[in-house]
Design a protein around this ligand. Structure first.
Ligand code: HXC
Length: 537
């Protein structure tokens, strides 16, 4: 009888018995069955129980819950490490701590790997890395998304540099796959040290509340190096990375909810960079003309939630926000318009008046680049007072970061449509997908105001001398402000110059965008040959 446990050597002893004799077929089938059982036990029952006690599923349970039922085809189930150091020769566990293979999600092929924390804490060694690389290679060759379920203590310490080499090879493969097939990482346990850089290169990171942590150095190292005392959660938990660092794109309150996010995400994105997302039946958002016209407040200084505008225009219930909690002064997310998948970028007036700052620029630029890489048309809703002034932003490099947004929009060759809702001031006018950075069609509502800056600031500068001399500066000021608003507080100056293509009523927006999406469907842009541009990173 095979003794199942951490050490699968028992099994090989048994196998050796057959070296000089040919077992009957039945016995061969039994061997495979027993090998399968051993592999499926991973690090053994105790460690599986401990995994469950932490509120975590095992690697295999996760794959079963993520993929369509019965669709998973495992690969390399019997791979073992080839290290003898530090007693590892006595611990060869079939599968070596990572479950890899392919299957389907909502009938679309995906490649998947799940790190098995029950085996050496999910730590990565040479053969483990090779398994991940093989599955990534398969995804690249066959053009399907790669989904990584991360739950690991990092580099397998006993394997030394071979383990670091494995990470390095995976990082390189992540970079080669970037922009070719979508890469999604779910963090479902620890992900520490250099190991974080594989998920970091992927397109989307989903973190599970409470059980997932990402950091370069953990709380103990932080304390010994800097003296700072900080908890795992505060340093690298899901909330920290969703709200503060912007490392995570989504967070889920449970593993099941994290899988639901993957399912939803895959509805909007294609299998690879040569394909388009599948079209679906379009449903009207059903909002009356009167309600649409009331979405923007009468006073241009008053805030509103731009998501109400987005939801009123795109297909019903199709908005799926990305990085909702990070840099909320800009909203990015997916949606459908007339049944076609779109990427949406919108300034958010209810957060910091929708101003563009460093984080908002980075967030939007990365999203734009994802959409461009995967043939997803971009729609920008603009209501922006400009870039955020102040030494804090200047010293942290708003010039460099704002330039990323400009670069990303200019570089994107997918259809780019813009709707100017209200303010569109200063450099932000150019950057927020104006004609100048390559928009295919710029629409503006009659409420649009396109100017170098807001009227108050403008009057302070251009009428400074007059106001200084004036006996009634307050009255004069108000007159100048009205004059300025009259001249620039509308879309018609830009429309006269052909910088806006159409001024439309809010209720025309949905149909106008659908017409423009259809018109731009076969857009082709040839760039001058170059190795790559030099985005200011
Ligand atoms: C080998 C490891 C391991 C590792 C954990 N284990 N991490 N074995 N290499 N990196 C083993 C433990 O010895 C233990 O074995 C089992 O996995 C479960 O670990 P526990 O510590 O009992 O679990 P838990 O209390 O949940 O703590 C999880 C943990 C902790 C926070 C991840 O294990 C930990 O701090 N591990 C070390 C993390 C680390 O420093 N990794 C190297 C980072 S450097 P037994 O047999 O006792 O059950 C790195 C460089 C990458 O990753 C560079 C790429 C360029």
């Amino acid at each position: 009888m095979i003794k199942y446990g951490v050490n699968s050597n028992n099994f090989f002893d048994r196998e050796n018995k057959f070296e000089h004799m040919s077992p009957p077929h039945e016995e061969k089938y039994n061997i495979l069955e027993e090998k399968n059982k051993l592999a499926e036990l991973g690090g053994g029952i105790k460690r599986i129980e401990s995994q469950h006690a932490k509120g975590k599923q095992t690697a295999r349970e996760r794959i079963d819950n993520l993929l369509d039922a019965e669709s998973f085809q495992e690969m390399d189930k019997f791979v073992i490490h080839r290290t003898d150091a530090f007693g590892l020769d006595a611990q060869k566990i079939l599968g070596d701590g990572v479950v890899t293979g392919y299957g389907t999600i909502d009938e679309q092929p995906v490649c998947v790997f799940a790190q098995d924390f029950t085996v050496f804490g999910g730590s990565l060694g040479e053969m483990y890395a090779k398994k991940i690389l093989k599955i990534m290679d398969l995804a690249m060759k066959n053009g399907c998304p790669i989904i990584g379920l991360n739950d690991s203590g990092g580099a397998r310490i006993q394997e030394g540099v071979a383990s670091l080499a494995g990470y390095g090879d995976i990082f390189h493969a992540n970079v080669q796959a970037s922009g070719v097939v979508p890469q999604i990482s779910i963090i479902m346990g620890p992900c520490a040290g250099g190991a974080v850089y594989s998920p970091a290169v992927t397109d989307f990171i989903i973190m599970v509340d409470k059980t997932s942590h990402m950091f370069i150095t953990g709380p103990e190292v932080v304390k010994s190096v800097t003296g700072e005392e900080i908890s795992f959660d505060d340093l690298g938990g899901s909330e920290t990375h969703s709200k503060l660092s912007g490392v995570a794109h989504f967070r889920a309150s449970s593993e099941e909810k994290a899988f639901a996010i993957v399912h939803k995400l895959l509805e909007y994105i294609p299998q690879n960079n040569l394909e388009f997302s599948e079209k679906r039946e379009a449903t009207d958002p059903q909002i009356t003309k009167e309600d649409l016209r009331k979405l923007l407040p009468e006073k241009s200084t008053q805030a509103y939630d731009v998501r109400s505008v987005i939801k009123a225009i795109i297909d019903k219930d199709s908005f799926f926000e990305v990085q909702e909690e990070f840099a909320s002064n800009i909203v990015v997310g997916f949606g459908f318009l007339g049944g076609r998948s779109i990427g949406i970028v919108a300034n958010q007036p209810i957060v910091m008046a929708g101003v563009l700052d460093i984080d908002a620029s980075d967030k939007a630029a990365r999203f734009i680049r994802f959409c461009d890489a995967f043939n997803i048309a971009l729609i920008s809703f603009v209501d922006v007072p400009g870039f955020l002034p102040g030494s804090e932003q200047e010293h942290r490099g708003i010039i460099r970061h704002g330039a990323k947004l400009l670069f990303a929009y200019s570089e994107a060759t997918v259809p780019k449509l813009t709707v100017i809702l209200r303010k569109d001031y200063g450099g932000a006018y150019d950057v927020m997908c104006s004609r100048h950075v390559g928009a295919d069609h710029v629409f503006a509502w009659p409420t649009a105001e396109i100017a170098v800056m807001g009227s108050d600031g403008a009057v302070n500068i251009i009428y400074r001398k007059e106001l200084a001399k004036s006996e009634k500066p307050q009255e004069e000021r108000e007159k100048f402000v009205l004059e300025y608003q009259d001249r620039f507080g509308n879309p018609y100056v830009a429309a006269q110059l052909g910088l806006i293509d159409s001024v439309i009523f809010p209720e025309e927006t949905r149909q106008s965008l659908i017409k423009a999406i259809i018109q731009t469907e076969n857009k082709r842009i040839q760039r001058a040959p170059r190795k790559h541009g030099n985005m200011p990173l």
